[in-house]
Ligand binder design. Structure first.
Ligand code: ATP
Length: 358
């Protein structure tokens, strides 16, 4: 079957007068790891619940592997969900928790045994079959929940902040494991998180949501390097934003008058005199004591205000002559010989100034 595994067509969800998902259209490919990313309350879980069938869309349609499913109850959709809360049965041991779905479907005992052992093996918990959830660690409980969701070999696995309850170290370890598992099985994963680092490290593509609106869908690299909107630029990683007006342009470049500075950027279909925002990542900028003679480099002047030690790198805050603050990164072992109050220049290559929409 060609075509996407999941197709969301103009999905809208309203709760009373509040619209929490606005006209969301998105294709998710077979075997893809797609992450819905956005701040709390932006509509990620509601979108996931509509795919699972726990919420009915106010309008719009959902296709699963070529068939419309939005009118079907959850149990008739070939998808499974893993929740942050694990939702394990406390009175059943690991084996029985994983076997539960197969027992309900009256699968034969020997089939159940083969499949449960295989699923527990996949999540490396074959030695914990007899433990009840309260005798397992958070990470182990989450693995049981994943094994249980995979036992029916669903076409799509929906994961709602599945690592949210784990401590940082375990969370990082589980991110790697989950990603490997997904590639090994080739199952389409739709993963919900508000953690941008988690989304960047795990996903094939990220769909960034803001107030129920899909702002941008692309690979982690494009989302980080070429954010399309101001929201995406600010939500993912740290960024410096300068607002201005397009003062001149040719086919390749445009000049932007930015709060007292002239900044060159790669040309976009934006007209002269239009208002724009330029986003510059701290690590794409370089500090120097002298101005650069290189015309391809954008440079602005300021004074060193503060240095914040972050281990291998140092965040250096520069107050620009227009009063705005700009954060640059320096290597801690190669700091400029400058102290608070000293004048310096912030440089970046014009292509690293990304023009974003509001
Ligand atoms: P979080 O990361 O905090 O889980 P989210 O992005 O997943 O947030 P949703 O849970 O989808 O956001 O909620 C989106 C909005 O819809 C919120 O304002 C929420 O209060 C509202 N909402 C969700 N479920 C219901 C409901 N059953 N009835 C009314 N409003 C709801």
């Amino acid at each position: 079957m060609l075509g996407p595994m999941v197709k969301l067509e103009h999905l809208v969800k309203q709760f009373g007068p509040q619209t929490v998902v606005h006209d969301l259209s998105l294709d998710i490919q077979k075997g893809e790891f797609l992450t819905l990313l956005g701040p709390s309350g932006c509509g990620k879980t509601t979108t996931l619940r509509m795919i699972a069938g726990f919420e009915h869309p106010s309008s719009g349609q959902i296709m699963l592997d070529g068939e419309y499913v939005h009118e079907l109850p959850p149990y008739e959709r070939d998808v499974n969900t893993v929740f942050q809360s694990y939702a394990l049965f406390p009175h059943l041991n690991a084996y029985e928790n994983v076997a539960f779905g197969l027992r309900v479907k009256k699968v034969s005992k020997s089939q159940i045994d083969t499949r449960v052992r295989k699923a527990l093996n996949l999540v490396q918990l074959e030695d914990f079959v007899n433990r009840k959830p309260d005798q397992l660690s958070g990470g182990q409980r989450q693995r049981i929940a994943i094994a249980r969701a995979l036992i029916n070999n669903p076409k799509v696995l929906l994961l709602d902040e599945p690592l949210g309850a784990l401590d940082q170290k375990l969370r990082k370890q589980m991110q790697v494991e989950l990603k490997h598992l997904q590639k090994q099985l080739g199952i389409t994963f739709i993963f919900v998180t508000h953690d941008q680092e988690e989304a960047l490290t795990m996903s094939d593509r990220i769909a960034v949501m803001n107030r129920g609106v899909l702002e941008q869908v692309d690979t982690p690299t494009v989302i980080y390097e070429r954010p399309a909107t101001r929201f995406v630029a600010e939500f993912i990683g740290e960024t410096n934003l300068l607002t201005g007006t397009v003062s001149a342009r040719d086919h390749q470049h445009m000049l932007i008058e930015c709060e007292g500075f002239q900044i060159a950027a790669t040309a976009l279909p934006i007209h002269k005199n239009e208002k724009v925002t330029v986003a510059i990542r701290p690590e794409k900028s370089v500090l120097s004591l002298e101005p650069s003679a290189d015309e391809r480099i954008v440079q602005i002047c300021g004074r060193l205000t503060e240095r914040i030690y972050c281990g291998g790198s140092t965040r250096t805050v520069v107050t620009l002559t227009n009063g705005k603050q700009f954060v640059a990164l320096e290597k801690t072992d190669q700091l400029l010989p400058a102290g608070a109050g000293d004048e310096l220049y912030v440089h970046w290559k014009s292509e690293h100034g990304v023009v974003v929409t509001q």
